[in-house]
Design a protein around this ligand. Structure first.
Ligand code: NAP
Length: 218
């Protein structure tokens, strides 16, 4: 059976930690391809905390363009309302033939919160989950989830250690805001995009008002 990876994240911005994780998971699980799904309106974050979906989508596109195994989906950008993973997995399940297994890839720290996600029990009927380990998070912390999920669902969570790159989107945003360089933490086209669009600067109004994406797309 062939399998497809679904790389879910806010990607604000996408960085080499995400890209390296996707590549190692693709090889480790023998995935046919990895579809990056930038979250449109993350249900667990205030709108003003998150850069516009269109900017995050375009940065994800720029970052993945040179990998023939990577694709980017606009499904959560286009869908109205909060971006629930359940809706995306239902849509992806309809899109791909039943023979294709789906593996939802995200950070271990995001997976640890999975029991707070909308309809989390059904998620496990649609996909397996790959919890990419990051510095500072021990796989042991996953064990408590087993109690809530039951053995069968819990067996569909696969912790997967990847090369530890201590890069985080939050740290990149902070560096840019403080006028420091984020070069070599993100692909160069992403860095140039951040500079051109003046993302992550200290003007909070800009982040709240600019929700429609770049002007040329408006
Ligand atoms: P987050 O809270 O921003 O991220 C949690 C942690 O995981 C962060 O440290 C983040 O690092 C890391 N991370 C996120 N995506 C990753 C990836 N693909 N690979 C490696 N590390 C990753 O979580 P999020 O990004 O908003 O959410 C992750 C996924 O879970 C998204 O697809 C989101 O839609 C889904 N989710 C769904 C629900 C729901 O359906 N109710 C609720 C919560 C999350 P960086 O900050 O460096 O990215």
């Amino acid at each position: 059976m062939t399998a497809i990876g679904i790389m879910g994240g806010t990607f604000d911005p996408i960085h080499y930690g995400h890209l390296r994780a996707a590549e190692e998971v693709r090889q480790g699980f023998g995935l046919e391809r990895v579809v990056f799904v930038p979250s449109g309106r993350p249900p667990h974050k205030a709108a003003e905390e998150v850069t516009s979906p269109e900017h995050r989508y375009l940065m994800t596109l720029l970052a993945t363009a040179d990998n023939p195994y990577f694709e980017v989906s606009r499904m959560e950008i286009e869908r109205k309302g909060p971006s629930y993973t359940l809706d995306s997995l239902r849509e992806l399940r309809r899109l791909y033939s039943p023979e294709k297994a789906l593996y939802f890839i995200t950070g271990l720290d995001a997976v640890l919160e999975i029991t707070s996600w909308n309809g989390y029990m059904e998620l496990f009927d649609l996909a397996d989950f790959i919890a990419v380990t990051r510095p500072g998070y021990s796989v042991q912390t996953l064990n408590d989830l087993g109690v809530h999920l039951g053995e069968e669902r819990f067996s569909k969570i696969h912790p997967f250690p990847v090369t530890l790159l201590a890069i985080s989107s939050r740290d990149i945003r902070r560096r840019v805001r403080e006028g420091k360089s984020a070069k070599y933490l993100v692909p160069d086209p992403v860095m140039k995009y951040i500079e051109k669009e003046r993302l992550y600067l200290s003007d909070p109004d800009r982040r709240v008002v600019r929700t429609g994406g770049p002007d040329f797309l408006a």
